[in-house]
Design a protein around this ligand. Sequence first.
Ligand SMILES: [Zn+2]
Length: 466
Amino acid sequence: MTKLYTARWILPDASSLIESGAVAIEASQVIAVGSRDELVSQFPKAPVRDFGEAAILPGFVNAHSHLELTAMRGYLECEEADFFSWLRKLTIARLERMTPDDLYVSAAWGAIEAARAGVTCVGDASDAASTSMRALSDVGLRGIVYQESFGPNPNEAHENFDKLREKVAHLREYETDLVNIGISPHAPYSVSAPQLELIAEFAIAEKLPLMMHAAESEAESLFMQEGHGAFAENLAQRGIEWRAPGISSIQYLARHGILQTRPLLAHCVRVDDADLETIKGAGAKIAHCPKSNAKLGHGRAPFAVFIEKGIKVGFGSDSVASNNTCDMLEEARFAILMARGTVGVNGAVQKLNAEIALEALTMGGARALGFETRMGALVEGAQADMIAVALNGAHQVPLYDPRTALIFSSSGRDVLMTMVAGKEVFSEGRVLTVDEDRLRARMKEILKTVTSDWQESKVQSPKPNI
Ligand SMILES: [Zn+2]
């Protein structure tokens, strides 16, 4: 059955605008976009849902998240000054304190938060990928869940790779029309070179999307360039030999085959011009996570240069452990303001406007995940992944241009409706697919588990391998 969704403004993509417009949906697809009058006469029997003073636009893409870590929101504030300690505390809490059901609830709660903020699609990195895939499916979002692989000891590369291959075989059964699997060698400091090469070959042979953290922190740069710092010391303590290659993370990933997989690279804070040319030439994509990078003190990724070079870039919240929200409108505003605030970026104010931000939030994110033929714009034949955002609040009126109002005045809390593949996931203040009240209560219980004493640990799991 055809349904019409109407609003004062329709933004089929970042550069087009229809006043008093409508979108016609049938099953999971957009079948027409145009003026309200045209579509009402074209589909006279279709029920009409009108959002009034609001914009209907493609759903937001969160190109880099860790939904299973949602329970860590606000848990690691004291460790933020030391990235290695931060990662270690997080990894131990996840592996040794959270049960499989805790991880499921944490991921589902993250998906709820995302749906409420207008996110229709995520690129999610997960150590417990089947759990995150289930959570995403239950909440009704689209996404790729990248199964993480760890292991800095080159002598264990084959063993670790075999484990990843087994996990991938098992994860195939969790794939749906909306949720796909990918793989993620965690980071250059946590996965050895031979393991990277095995994973890269596997990704190409199996046509699996690959995501990796890259060029994120000073500690990582020290590790790669000089062989010093917290990551190098950690390997030395574990008796793992590390000879710094003396090159950047991006060149290192190119050397070990990762760039050949056209990966999605999260962060890319510490990149020079040669690195960006390498990324562009390889057809790699970037998940730009400005709030996480700022909160952890990692610095600013050169977003303006990514755009100038025509690199495919989407925004990522990263985990809420380092953000502390998944609000892509806030992320986009922060990205634009941080980039404009960077001294020496010529013409940044003119180049980095609301349209650029909206493009990165929608089609940019779709390209980052390789979904650009399916979603990212409201066009005939695309998947009906769309949202309605109220634009009539005290913080939004008067409104000269809806794009400007969205990026510079609005937040995820203004989202009225989130739809994925034609199905409303969030509407009238409620997520419609799962029991939010039960999950909220469970999240409060998990807080107690995460902060409990070591001895009370319920789960026996392998030691962190970072
Ligand atoms: Zn991350």
